[in-house]
Design a protein around this ligand. Sequence first.
Ligand code: GLA
Ligand code: ZN
Length: 678
Amino acid sequence: MGKCTTITNYPHILHGADYNPDQWMEHPEIIEEDMRMMKLAGCNVMSIGIFAWATLEPEEGRYDFSFLDFIMDKLNENGIKAILATPSGARPAWMAKKYPEVLRVNEMRQRNLFGARHNHCYTSPVYQQKTAEINRRLAERYKNHPALLMWHISNEYGGECHCPLCQAAFREWLKEKYHNDLDELNYQWWTKFWSHTYTDWEQIESPSPIGEMKLHGLTLDWKRFVTYQTGKFIENEIAPLREITPDVPVTTNFMRFFDGLDYFKLCKLIDVVSWDSYPEWHRSEGCVEAAQTTAIMHDMHRSMKGQPFMLMESTPSLPNWHEINKLKRPGMHILSSIQAVAHGSDTVQYFQWRKSRGSSEKFHGAVVDHCGHENTRVFREVAQLGEILGKLDEVAGTFTPAEAAIIFDWENWWALDSAECLELHNKRYIEAIHRHYAPFWEMSVNVDVIDSETNFSKYKLIIAPMLYMAKPGVEEKIERFVAGGGTFVSTYFSGVVNENDLCYLGGTPCGKLKEVFGIWAEEIDTLYPEENNSVTFNGKEYTAEHFCELIHANEAETLGKYDSDFYKGMSAVTKNTYGKGAAYYIAFCDDGAFTKDFYSRLIKDLKIGRALEADLPYGVTAHVREENGQRFVFVGNYNDEPAELELGDTKYFDVTNGNEIFGMVQLDGYGVKILKAE
Ligand code: GLA
Ligand code: ZN
């Protein structure tokens, strides 16, 4: 792949924040100070207008762009680019009053009052029309403005509406999906159970605690519909922008593993993926768990489009909505920001530039505190980071090579969560993703996080923890991947249901997968939290907890066996050579020790590329980005104590100061190094 122009056509790493000058227009001196301090902090971008609808359209049809005109010009005069938002994340009070249909109806069928944000119906024709109209005006007004860098549509789309308009749209969506065949819907939802058969489309309602919650096919289709309907709304928002400013890229900010929307579907509608990251740093000793969780998120948002992504929001100091709002310790801001870049982000952005004076986010961390000046610990660290990012122009637009991928699939997650079995309220799916990811982080291996619909062909190794739902085509994809020489790892409770949550008949894992893995899974045991079993693998004993599946190795070779209980001696880890590749099956849930050993061996056996070959101390990791033979290695120490690592004879340059660096290297507590290979 050739050197791409960057995701935003701007040849620098972006550094900036959500900026809400509409809250400060009575204070022109504050706006002037903002411009001075933005430059001082090394900021080159601001996201503006995110919640500005009431200022931009104070009365229906009366538009007032004076504040945006002023700010766009100001930013431009100061060499700062604008990520211009469309304001649909919150609507003005006049609109809610005049058109109650724009307000959301909750699952209890109560219409919300005006208030909060994200409180709107995505189906409402009025809301769609109003949104398209203001977006058109924004695009017309700023299409040639030199500050306009990209569009930030709405803000953190999310939530669902159960109003009559949405119910009707849901029924239409179902009619299309089931080809107008109600019998087919009844079959796929298995409605004969408890006599829930529908005899008219009008009888179908979205899931509700006062109605239907037990038809898993309905629950699943409703969630799919919510993603679809949100996507329709997104398309409606984007249409005027694409028409008027076809060259300006569009993003919207996602929110990690957000249960409400399948981001692998929505990412197809936008040009650049961005997300908002608020980890609980310093929660566990050394921050390793938070670092790994965040790394998974970065990898997933990058993998969605296989190109650099944007860290759209993060806090320079602390959030205000965590249960415990702890300050980032000195060093952590730089480390966590460079972590995003290490995993493929071309931006470091914050919520928020300046703390608002009132309302719900007045104590949320910001670059500029209420004191109003730059002589603060937080500002200094932001400015120091700005200086570092200013030296990373060469990194902007580079790719993240990955030979291994982990499957995280939203529909699988939804189906698993609604399944009434195992540990009723905790299927531990996210934990499983984390557990299978951690060894790669520890060994400095880049990993993509993909869904089961992604193309598998570029990977050497694919891991699918708890792939409960095998959607159409997935079985064949896995078979082709392994037959063609790939290595595939799956676990307990895989290949159990089809895309409508109907159990596969004929044993699990479904169909052809029994041959690919060379096993049959007969039963699954759930342990009480205080219990465990163990598995012996390679002569070592490993803890088995929560879930132990009872499998029969047919063609597969048994690598590990259960040590106790009535299934003592049964296979717990298997390997099946199939075609030119291999398929491993891990039948039990481990506590992290097994996966660590299992994958470190696999990484070596399969010669999967690592950012650094050295064994790194606990809590230290490295990730790599590269392009046209240039290779950047980002090393981070998530311990509060200094750490040492051995770079060997390979010579690197420290990008921040140009010094040559090799041999034994010291990292401060929460220290980071950005190395360029010679
Ligand atoms: C979200 C929102 C922001 C702000 C932050 C606070 O990410 O997008 O508007 O509320 O949370 O952390
Ligand atoms: Zn609605």
